[in-house]
Write a protein that binds this ligand. Structure first.
Ligand code: HEM
Length: 246
């Protein structure tokens, strides 16, 4: 006997990300650009940023020298704009768009890959708000550290004024570390660098190690700022002189 036709309204599925077809649309290009910007320049900048901040472990003098070195680049603001801010903005905004168009399903299918999929989105979002806060406080308000590098160490120290602020920094650093390390794993799979389950598993172990190294470097750097006596935040007289001489 033939089944009676269903009277239920057809289920409407969300759009998802349109399939990639050669010669159709631009989403392939935007996705590839999103993937690439995660490594170059945003990932490279993250490595440089952790490395430069780790100079804090060598004391305020070494840290000031490193900040002065970075600030001495010609066209520094243009370099920041083209090499850091715009790529991060693109990667972040397109990342939110990918998140919005995709569908997480860890409730129905709680597999490791699906957890990692969700974690990549949440760590990205937390890193986004963390970076906004961090850049506003240290780059765009208070003493201008590009002009007065000797004020940088003390200015960072003031960021850790309460346990909540320390926790906020720790969470931001851990999320950025995880996001970047798992991003390296995704990148290798997407660009055909790791092609089979064995190489993906092995590369996965390396990425876990990379995440742990970043987290450890971040934690040791924070510890150095927090255990050094508070450094002056006002521009030093010598810096004022050298500034007026320029
Ligand atoms: C610390 C700054 C960041 C770095 C270094 C970074 C790096 C990366 C890397 C290397 C990837 C892998 C690229 C690929 O899928 O092939 C990635 C993926 C991703 N990022 Fe970021 N990212 C950062 C911030 C953000 C922010 C703020 C968001 C906003 C939500 C975001 C959202 C995403 C998403 C959704 C993916 C996965 C894309 C996919 O599954 O296809 N990222 N990121």
């Amino acid at each position: 006997m033939a089944a009676a036709p269903s009277t239920a309204a057809p289920i409407k599925l969300p759009g998802g990300v349109s399939p990639l077809r050669a010669g159709q649309g631009h989403s392939f290009l935007w996705r590839r650009l999103h993937s690439l910007t995660g490594i170059v320049p945003v990932g490279l900048f993250l490595i440089e940023h952790f490395f430069s901040n780790a100079y804090a472990t060598k004391g305020p003098g070494a840290y000031t020298k490193q900040v002065a070195f970075l600030s001495s680049f010609p066209f520094v603001v243009t370099l920041e704009l083209l090499g850091i801010w715009l790529p991060i903005l693109y990667h972040s905004l397109y990342g939110f768009y990918i998140w919005y168009r995709g569908d997480s399903n860890i409730r129905d299918y709680p597999w490791a890959g699906n957890w990692m999929y969700a974690a990549q989105r949440w760590t990205g979002a937390i890193a986004f708000f963390y970076m906004g806060w961090h850049t506003w406080h240290l780059r765009f308000s208070g003493v201008h550290i590009l002009t007065y590098p000797a004020a940088a160490f003390g200015k960072v120290q003031l960021e850790f004024h309460s346990p909540a602020a320390v926790a906020f920094y720790a969470v931001g650093i851990f999320c950025a570390s995880w996001h970047f390390a798992y991003g390296l794993w995704l990148f290798a799979a997407k660009w055909g660098i790791t092609q089979g389950p064995v190489s993906r598993r092995r590369w996965g172990y390396v990425c876990i190690l990379i995440a742990l190294v970043f987290m450890a470097v971040g934690a040791v750097t924070m510890h150095s700022f927090m255990t050094t006596p508070q450094q002056p935040v006002e521009p030093a007289a010598s810096e004022l002189d050298s500034f007026t001489m320029r």
